[in-house]
Design a protein around this ligand. Structure first.
Ligand code: NDP
Length: 254
């Protein structure tokens, strides 16, 4: 299986490529020989990945940037915009698990700016060029938290509900073009996600994965690659992925 004909010539832009899902997605597309634009804040991680992949891949460009820095983002991406075939809007985070009345407003601002405004801004930069070329694929990384509520999910779940509806609205608007949009909604997977959510408390972070086997970042990467490999006539609107060892909670009564 190879990346869909027509997409293989342009760049694959992956945000949040320095760890977890994004790094695995970069490795998967790199193995297939795609040209990669890898965006995140941690330069050393991006450089490591570039050094590892550039032998196998045609071109790997680290773009060190915070998705909240709009001017810098625009300047960095400008030279590549006419040539981006696949955009993976993956950069994102959850901060905290506290109840709304106890949370730090700054955590909410960070999640909204990264998971909502960042996704909207990058899409707004990249999409016009895809529409003009009448070709392209945007894969947004949402979450099951955008569909199913849980205590402590408050704004994080809200940001992923945005990603879900934004993806569907784009799909509606893009009718008549060959530009495709997908929303991947993963459940729990062991990346740096939980460490970030628990603000560096590794033992609390790892409790989430105690005693069961979550799916891996490579499983998500394979799914993203599969979506990009499908013929242009196929649009995967959304796909929900959950570990075999995870399931839903019922309604609660107090
Ligand atoms: P990681 O913490 O391992 O990766 C997050 C990535 O996002 C890192 O590369 C980080 O890079 C980047 N990032 C975070 N904030 C910014 C920012 N402001 N600007 C640029 N890059 C940023 O977690 P995952 O790989 O698990 O998360 C990837 C996506 O998957 C997220 O959107 C997350 O919400 C979603 N998700 C994760 C689940 C899980 O259980 N792991 C479940 C459901 C969804 P850097 O710090 O270098 O900037």
């Amino acid at each position: 299986m190879t990346i869909e004909k027509g997409l293989e010539h342009g760049y694959v832009l992956i945000t949040g490529a320095s760890s977890g899902f994004g790094a695995a997605i970069a490795r998967r597309f790199g193995e297939a020989g795609a040209k990669l634009l890898l965006l995140a804040r941690r330069e050393e991680k991006l450089n490591e990945l570039r050094d590892k992949l550039s032998g196998e891949s045609i071109e790997v460009v680290p773009l060190v940037c915070d998705v909240r820095e709009e001017e810098k983002l625009e300047a960095l991406l400008k030279p590549y915009l006419p040539n981006i075939s696949v955009l993976v809007n993956n950069a994102g985070l959850a901060l905290g698990v506290g109840s709304t009345q106890n949370v730090d407003m700054e955590d909410w601002r960070t999640m909204i700016a990264t998971n909502i405004t960042g996704v909207a801004f990058i899409t707004h930069l990249v999409l016009p060029h895809m529409v003009e070329r009448d070709r392209g694929l945007i894969i947004n990384v949402g979450s099951v938290a955008g569909t199913y509520p849980y205590p402590g999910g408050n704004v994080y779940g809200g940001t992923k509900a945005f990603v879900k509806q934004f993806s569907l609205n784009l799909k509606a608007e893009l009718l008549g073009t060959k530009v495709r949009v997908s929303n991947i909604e993963p459940a729990a997977s062991e990346t740096e996600f939980s460490i970030v959510r628990h603000k560096g408390n590794e033992s609390r972070a790892s409790e989430v994965y105690d005693g069961w086997e979550p799916f891996t970042a490579d499983d998500i990467a394979e799914t993203v690659y599969w979506i990009a490999s499908l013929p242009e006539r196929v649009n995967v609107n959304s796909i929900e992925i959950m570990g075999t060892g995870q399931s839903f909670a019922g309604f609660s009564i107090h």
